[in-house]
Design a protein around this ligand. Structure first.
Ligand code: CO8
Length: 258
């Protein structure tokens, strides 16, 4: 874990914390940082002792986008053959719940990275935007798709076509973020949410995440069908027996994560 150059990684109980750490570039996402975030998140994902992951940046910037200085000279053939930025698709495949704790700029790839996470807790100074069009570019890490799903067509089109940013209040009103907290309380709030999730049964949390994500991939009938099958699967776990026994016996559950 200590080999990382662009991120800081730590564990707090059952919560894994990944902090983007390129302060000189406002956490711009270069290829090396992307590979490190993916490796750290996948390691946490494989660890049965980790039940939730927080991804965060600094007070000034979650991430100011993909690294423009790295991208500027690239050719089409390099982007295409190296499948630039596809590491971030693999981050979306991480099954452990992933919370983005966002302060400051979340622009371009930074906004897209926050949207890859399962939900966003924002500091009051958070700013979200897809300004790629100003660089002669369009989003490439899922921004057009996830922003449209999060805030609807009108705001997504306006943001992607004009490059304007949304402040935290508008982002919350629009459904992009789950909650706003004072900047000083951001990590405490993210940790509280992560610890709550990590205190649940991990396999059940994985099923809950899988079920919600199906809503963005399929028809209502098919999604309800998948949900029902996953719901039935809960009854094959020890944790369902423990959760319900604990309720009936009026005591807190002790989940074994199996
Ligand atoms: N890339 C590289 N360096 C950056 C980036 C970036 N995205 N953002 C900031 N930096 C650097 C600056 O160059 C500066 O470095 P230096 O001191 O060496 O000049 C340092 O960070 C501090 O930045 P500023 O001095 O500009 O700080 P300000 O507080 O004045 O401004 C802003 C902050 C408004 C965030 C400003 O830095 C900015 O506009 N940044 C660029 C935002 C942007 O356009 N982001 C989108 C990038 S494109 C993208 O994300 C595409 C993703 C999908 C690609 C997928 C391809 C397949």
């Amino acid at each position: 874990m200590s080999d990382y150059q662009n991120i800081l990684v730590k564990e707090q109980g059952r919560v894994g914390i990944i902090t983007l750490n390129r302060p000189e570039a406002l956490n711009a996402l270069n290829a090396a940082l992307g590979a490190e975030v993916l490796a750290a998140a996948q390691a946490f994902d494989r660890d049965p002792g980790i039940g939730a992951i927080i991804l965060t940046g600094s007070e000034r910037a979650f991430a100011a986008g993909a690294d423009i200085k790295e991208m500027a000279p690239r050719t089409y053939m390099e982007m295409y053959t190296q499948d630039f930025f596809s590491d971030w698709d693999r981050l979306a495949a991480v099954r452990t719940p992933l919370i983005a704790a966002v302060a400051g700029h979340a622009l371009g790839g930074g906004c897209e990275l926050a949207m890859i996470c399962d939900f966003i807790i924002a500091a009051e100074n958070a700013k979200f935007g897809q300004p790629e069009i100003r660089l002669g570019l369009i989003p490439g890490m899922g921004g057009t798709q996830r922003l449209a799903r999060a805030v609807g067509k009108a705001k997504a089109m306006e943001m992607v076509l004009t490059g304007r940013t949304m402040d935290a209040a508008e982002a919350e009103r629009s459904g992009l973020v789950a909650r706003i907290v004072p900047a000083a309380d951001l990590m405490e709030a993210a940790l509280a949410a992560a610890e709550t999730i990590a205190g649940m049964s991990k396999p059940i949390a994985l099923m809950a995440k899988e079920a919600v994500n199906i809503a963005f991939e399929t028809s209502l009938a098919e999604g309800v069908h998948v949900e029902r099958r996953l719901n039935h699967s809960c009854f094959a776990t020890e944790d369902q027996k423990e959760g319900m026994a604990a309720f009936i016996e009026k005591r807190p559950p002790v989940f074994a994560h199996r």
